[in-house]
Design a protein around this ligand. Structure first.
Ligand code: F6R
Ligand code: MG
Ligand code: MG
Length: 380
């Protein structure tokens, strides 16, 4: 059976501040989506939360970019927003950028990751969901999962993986994408996706047969091309086992935390901390950035799960390490490289400061108050 696996996420109000979601809002979103399942519009559905974001996980047969399915998510977020507004939650409805739904949530605020595939005899799927970071946070782990044999033994051992994977990479400034096949074009791929503020991985396909292997939410960034639109707390769907990386190969990159953009005010570098569902509530300096991993078995489109894959003592060291990295970076305070370069900050006072000081900048070669003072002293 061909099914579509859709994850649509939004921040429709934080409790407290930007740290977490409120159970009543989550319940309302769930109720709306469940109602649509009961009407027969969806095969199955589930809700995940990470920090102040809510993700709706849906399986159906309507294909990607379905007006019906996007409309369901939009309605659920609108109803959830009403509850968030009643509770005066922080930033209630902040990701619903439009007054009205117009057929597709792309460009309207929510993040979308969707893929359509023929369900295999057994179909394990992992949904990653992060808060206080951006879609480029997936660049490094996607490379390790699908192109680094030191991480993924299957690239060497599994005949279906031995031909490698093709990465579709999006330039967030131009909205253009390019497909690069690994291992042949691995170094070209890394030359691009190492620039995390410019390039993000959108999809990954298996070279053996062109099957979709992974997809990430990048749409909002691509649609507002030409202009940097800030951080979108991202989601990602990854298929697993039997010719795709094993669950353990997919999770392995997260055992060694790395630095991502986001954190406080979307304007800092910080470690991505893998946590259980329960601990996905960024607090310290509005972070550090969090990621959860929800594992599902898909059975005739039904979502069996989720299991909380980072709720495992094997990731305790990673959490500890991320805290140590957070300490090192926090020592830098407002200084780079903890604070992002000016052009990548989500919001900044720099233009105003520069405007204020405009008339006070002088050329040190031809004119300096200090120099004038010395010359005056010489004359005296
Ligand atoms: C980052 C984030 C928070 C806020 C910060 C300031 O993605 O959500 O770190 O940027 O709490 O929030 P405002 O500007 O709403 O006071
Ligand atoms: Mg928020
Ligand atoms: Mg968020």
């Amino acid at each position: 059976m061909k099914i579509t696996f859709s994850v649509i996420k939004a921040d429709i109000g934080g409790y407290v501040g930007h740290s977490a979601t409120h159970p009543e809002v989550v319940e309302k979103v769930k109720e709306v989506v469940k109602g649509e399942k009961e009407k027969g519009n969806l095969i199955d559905c589930g809700i995940l939360t990470c920090g102040d974001d809510i993700a709706i996980v849906m399986t159906h047969t309507h294909g990607v970019d379905s007006e019906l399915v996007h409309g369901i998510a939009w309605k659920a977020f609108e109803e959830g927003t009403k509850v968030a507004k009643k509770l005066k939650l922080y930033g209630a409805g902040q990701d619903l950028l439009s007054e009205a739904f117009s057929g597709n949530v792309k460009g309207l605020g929510p993040g979308v990751a969707e893929m359509e595939f023929e369900e295999r005899p057994s179909e394990p799927v992992i949904v990653f969901f992060a808060d206080k970071t951006s879609p480029s946070a997936w660049n490094l782990p996607l490379y390790e999962m699908f192109a680094d044999p030191m991480n993924t033994a299957g690239l060497v051992i599994d005949p279906k993986m031995h031909d490698g994977f093709t990465f579709e990479v999006l330039d967030v400034y131009t909205g253009k994408a390019v497909k690069l096949s690994t291992p042949a074009e691995l170094y070209d791929l890394l030359a691009l996706i190492g620039s995390v503020s410019k390039y993000v991985v959108k999809n990954v396909y298996r070279n053996f047969d062109g099957e979709i292997a992974a997809t990430a939410s990048t749409q909002r960034l691509s649609l507002i091309a030409g202009q940097y639109v800030g951080k979108d707390d991202p989601v990602m769907i990854v298929r697993s086992q039997s010719g795709f990386p094993a669950v353990g190969e997919i999770l392995e990159p997260f055992a060694r935390p790395w630095i991502v953009e986001g954190w406080m005010r979307g304007s800092h570098n910080g470690p991505l901390m893998p946590t259980s569902f329960k601990d996905a509530r960024p607090s310290r300096f509005d972070g550090p950035p969090r990621v959860i991993a929800a594992g599902y078995q898909v059975a005739e489109g039904k979502l069996i799960g989720p299991t909380d894959l980072f709720d495992d003592p094997a990731f305790d060291r990673a959490r500890q390490k991320a805290s140590e990295m957070a300490n090192i970076l926090r020592r830098q305070g407002i200084f780079e490289p903890h604070r992002l370069p000016a052009e990548e900050m989500e919001y900044t006072s720099l233009p105003k400061v520069l405007q204020k000081l405009e008339g006070r900048f002088y050329d040190t070669e031809t004119h300096s108050p200090g120099k004038e003072l010395i010359e005056k002293e010489d004359m005296d």
